[in-house]
Design a protein. Structure first.
Lengths: 379, 103
């Protein structure tokens, strides 16, 4: 059981390595990352009704092995760096005009050079898996100093090192309230949320640093400012892509950052859409949506157990459990597809929000929900 | 990262409360707050991720290892006076800490 519980969280690491391998081999295999995303969306949809509780031994302890899970999460940093390096290498080949020729290396078909179509595939593959890798940036943001630093570096690969501070000091404190940019209010779509949440979290992180440095009598414009340092962490990616691909490199990096941040904000969007917390009241299980079908749980290292995570923020992901939080009833992949079509998503979520208003919300929260309804925003 | 593989060493926190002093064993790798809550001590807390400041307490003697920078939640004066966030503090030595418990 211990082996199974720990190994099941390796879907993303293995898939990221397959994506890297596909880009290295080239040709149609550069699309492996996109293909896997599609396959996983189907698996997630097919397993939407299978749910498991967190397994524990006879002493009530989790089977998760902390040392193993941490080593995996830390190793994901060089994996994501390698993902960017192989894309940059392919960009370099493309802009240098390296000829496209098949080459047999043992049983492997390697293709020298890359076509524009397959370069697009490699870029999309990199973007999707850089975005999905944000789950490690999230998990590590809640843990010790070393983990927090690794989280910052992982997020910096997507130009979002500010997330680590904003997530802990803003989202976990102000969840379900307008002071939290990562909580999507009723009526907002995922596209608007991506911009508003990203900019809002970055601003929060800047204000947090400014406040801290003022308290310490230091200048905001200094290398003590973690908001500035965070963006500097992203510079190696910028230099790499500009050097490797010039304008093509800039376009590729913009694509990688745009898609990976879109996935990050889509997770925030899905995690708390439309849920309301009366200011001053503690964060409870009802302020988060759970997505905990078996595939989503294993793939996203239990990030879908949002209800438990937000009440026990210090808890390792493998210990999170079903706590009776409101549940979408489908996994993240399936729900993500719905969010891409806002009218469809709002139709889907309307019944769930009505149920939340009726069965979960306090009177004060219902009163806030009614203000949205008075504006014609039902879901 | 290599701290994960070090041999554990427990420490004792003498907790000075509103009414008495409690001796609490804090295992290596466990936060002061979690050790207290596991022992049934009603330590005030809310977010448990170091952002709300509810678990703030004053260390009178000894050293702690801060898991995060307290400067975002505590003022410079509080930090200088020994205040820490119990949810983000491991013990580096035996300590004496003052806290007003939930009654």
């Amino acid at each position: 059981m211990k082996l199974f519980v720990n190994a099941r969280y390796l879907i993303v690491p293995v898939s990221s390595l397959l994506t890297i391998f596909g880009i290295i081999l080239g040709g149609l295999l550069a699309w492996v990352g996109v293909f896997l995303f599609g396959v996983y969306t189907i698996i997630d949809t097919l397993t939407k009704d299978i749910h498991l509780r967190a397994e524990k031994n006879q002493d009530g302890e989790s089977y998760g092995v902390k040392e193993f899970q941490y080593v995996v999460m830390y190793i994901m940093l060089p994996v994501f760096i390698l993902l960017q390096i192989v894309l940059a290498w392919r960009l370099f080949q493309f802009t240098s005009g390296v000829g496209i020729e098949p080459l047999q290396i043992g049983v492997l078909n390697y293709q020298t050079g890359i076509t524009l179509t397959n370069l697009i595939g490699a870029t999309l593959s990199t973007a999707l898996w850089a975005g999905l890798g944000i789950i490690y940036g999230h998990e590590l943001s809640h843990n010790k100093k070393e983990g927090f630093f690794v989280s910052r570096l992982i997020m910096a690969l997507s130009g979002s090192a500010h997330f680590t501070y904003a997530h802990v000091y803003n989202h976990h404190l102000d969840l379900g309230h307008e002071d939290d940019p990562a909580t999507a209010p009723r009526g907002r779509n995922v596209y608007a949320h991506t911009w508003l949440s990203h900019a809002g979290q970055s601003k929060f992180s800047y204000d947090l640093e400014q406040k801290k440095l003022r308290k310490q009598g230091k200048s905001t414009l200094s290398f003590k400012n973690k908001w500035i340092i965070g963006y500097l962490y992203s510079l190696p990616s910028v230099f790499l892509f500009v050097w490797a691909g010039g304008l093509y490199g800039v376009a590729a990096l913009i694509t990688v950052w745009a898609i990976s941040n879109f996935l990050l904000e889509a997770l925030n969007f899905m995690g708390h859409y439309g849920l309301i917390r009366n200011p001053g009241e503690p964060v409870e299980h009802r302020h988060s949506w759970d997505n905990d079908n078996v595939f989503t749980s294993w793939f996203f290292i239990e990030i879908g157990r949002q209800g438990d995570h937000h009440v026990r923020g210090e808890t390792y992901f493998w210990e999170l459990d079903d706590v009776g939080a409101p549940n979408y009833g489908i996994g993240y992949f399936s729900l993500f597809v719905l969010t891409l079509i806002p009218p469809l998503f709002r139709r889907f979520v309307k019944k769930l929000l009505n149920d939340w208003d009726k069965n979960y919300a306090t009177d004060a929260e219902v009163s806030i929900a009614n203000k949205f309804k008075a504006l014609g925003i039902q879901s | 990262m290599f701290n994960l593989f070090k041999k554990s060493k427990d420490h004792i926190a003498d907790i000075e409360t509103n009414s008495n002093t409690i001796a609490l064993k804090v295992e290596k790798g466990k936060t002061l707050l979690n050790a207290a809550l596991s022992s049934g001590i009603a330590w005030p807390h809310k977010c448990k991720v170091g952002s709300c400041g509810t678990c703030k307490s004053q260390v009178l003697l000894g050293d702690i290892k801060a898991q995060i920078d307290f400067g975002y939640v505590l003022s410079q004066e509080e930090i200088e006076a020994g205040y820490v966030l119990a949810c983000q503090s491991e013990l580096k030595s035996d300590i004496k800490v003052k806290i007003k418990l939930i009654e």
